[in-house]
Design a protein around this ligand. Structure first.
Ligand SMILES: O=C(O)C1=C[C@@H](OP(=O)(O)O)[C@@H](O)[C@H](O)C1
Ligand SMILES: C=C(OP(=O)(O)O)C(=O)O
Length: 444
């Protein structure tokens, strides 16, 4: 660590987590609500939209492309209001590059959104985003007729030259990625005929659930999604439920902090997103869920989790990873406290997130004396139910929000303070993470 590094000290909580909480709006659904509203003809009404840096990247991008954004802050911290889309007239060419910040979702979905329009748009992002692979999206979109410059470059900055003559595509995706799938389907809305994406295992399906609400013809079965074009989206209404990926941090905190019993209300219970609950159950945690409502086709409800004093290791098969892909780091921390070995199979995709999250988990756990290792595509963690965190631990995060929250939780649930570098990056997805956890503490 150098002197200029930005370290936050995180103290252990001094009591169990007790009571109910709502987590902020789902990031994936918020991005889609903003982007689909921007593409649509008319004014869409949105509520419960996550106010975080990543969603602000999508809002900034659609404003630059000509959508009219009129969102306000609600008392609960979410955003609500109207977005008037560009509809049939299409996006306008921005005078400067669009900065997608830290957000892979903004970038990849925009590539599909811009592919059918005869304009040039340069997309760029922060240091982390400029290292992430984009050919997985530019490749299939090029087959549909769009051009990306520099040709064959995998990373941002990239300039997209769209075309009004996009061809429909039947695409066999090599990886399960909702961002790749969505980019192709969004481009396919403007192509003549059926565009189909087949995935090796099903990724999150928010796009397939939301597009029909905006008037698109979509069909979806497990691992296959189709749209029929050409079509123009029509304005709609979206109520964004709470984010299960944020809820996972609260749930894991409750599982680790003695005496805890919490409920998380109004959270998305989309089965493609709550794999972490199954994994916690497999580790011995008393975790349950109850559906109470739906917004469009998205289910939401209440998650309940209790402290577990007999955590044990488990095996997560590769085909379940998409349902908990962003939760692996925090589940790895729970596994570090469990008896025996936990294995996450097929986690290669984690290596191309905001950081290489496989390497980051192995390095971070080593700092607290826990053995973790990768073997091929699998991640192993040898847990220790009597884990004692050594004094003076400093966790690196590479400004990755999921790591910032994971290592903060190591301190919150541990025996002594820890330091977390660039903790503020939690604002990418969950700005109120620390205050939400602290609001649940029942002081001894
Ligand atoms: O489509 C989405 O909203 C997302 C899909 C996932 O990425 P991949 O599509 O790369 O798996 C996930 O990791 C990301 O946080 C959000
Ligand atoms: C990987 C993530 O997001 P994105 O790909 O949108 O940057 C995440 O939120 O953990």
């Amino acid at each position: 660590m150098t002197a200029q590094e930005n370290l936050t000290t995180i103290e252990p909580v001094n009591g169990p987590l007790v009571g109910s909480i709502s987590v902020p709006g789902d990031k994936s659904i918020s991005h889609r609500a903003v982007l689909f509203a921007a593409m649509a003809e008319g004014t869409s009404r949105l509520s419960g939209v996550l106010d975080s840096e990543d969603v602000r990247s999508s809002l900034g991008a659609v404003s630059k492309l000509g959508a009219k954004v009129n969102l306000e802050k609600a008392p609960d911290g979410s955003l609500y209001g109207g977005i008037t889309g560009w509809g049939v007239k299409g996006p306008s060419a921005p005078s400067e590059p669009i900065d997608c910040g830290n957000s892979g979702t903004t970038t990849r979905l925009l590539m599909g959104i811009l592919a059918p329009w005869d304009i040039e748009v340069e997309l760029t992002g922060d240091d982390s985003l400029r290292r992430r692979p984009m050919r997985r999206v530019s490749g299939p979109l090029s087959r549909m007729g769009a051009k990306f410059l520099p040709e064959d470059q995998d990373t941002l900055p990239l300039t997209i030259h769209g075309t009004r003559n996009l061809k429909a595509l039947d695409y066999d995706a090599p990886v399960a990625s909702a961002q790749v799938k969505t980019a192709i389907l969004l481009a396919g809305l403007s192509a003549d005929g059926t565009t189909r994406v087949t995935e090796p295992s099903p990724s999150r399906n928010h796009t397939e659930l939301m597009l029909p609400e905006f008037g698109a013809h979509t069909t979806a079965a497990s691992g296959v999604a189709e749209v029929v074009g050409p079509t123009t989206l029509k304005a709609s209404e979206v109520v964004v439920p709470g984010d299960p990926s944020s809820a996972a941090f609260i749930a894991c905190a409750a599982a680790l902090i003695p005496g805890s019993a919490i409920q998380i209300e109004g959270v998305s219970l989309n089965p493609a997103r709550i794999g972490f609950l199954r994994t916690l159950e497999q580790m011995g945690v008393d975790a349950s869920r109850r559906s109470v409502s739906s917004s469009g086709k998205e289910l939401s409800g209440i998650i309940s989790v209790q402290y577990c004093d007999k955590l044990h290791g488990c095996e997560v098969p590769a085909d379940k990873i998409p349902s908990l892909v962003d939760e692996v780091p925090v589940l790895a921390l729970v596994a570090a406290h469990a008896k025996g070995i936990t294995v996450f199979r097929g986690v290669d995709e984690l290596r191309v997130k905001e950081t290489d999250r496989v390497a980051a988990v192995i390095d971070g756990l080593a700092k607290i004396g826990v053995d973790a290792w990768a073997d091929g595509s699998d991640l192993f963690i040898e847990g220790n139910p009597d884990l004692v965190i050594p004094e003076g631990v400093k966790f690196e995060t590479g400004k990755d929000h999921r790591l910032a929250m994971t290592w903060a939780l190591a301190g919150l649930s541990g025996n002594c303070p820890v330091q977390v570098a660039d903790f503020e990056s939690c604002a990418v997805s969950y700005p109120a993470f620390l205050s939400d956890i602290r609001s649940l503490v029942r002081e001894r």
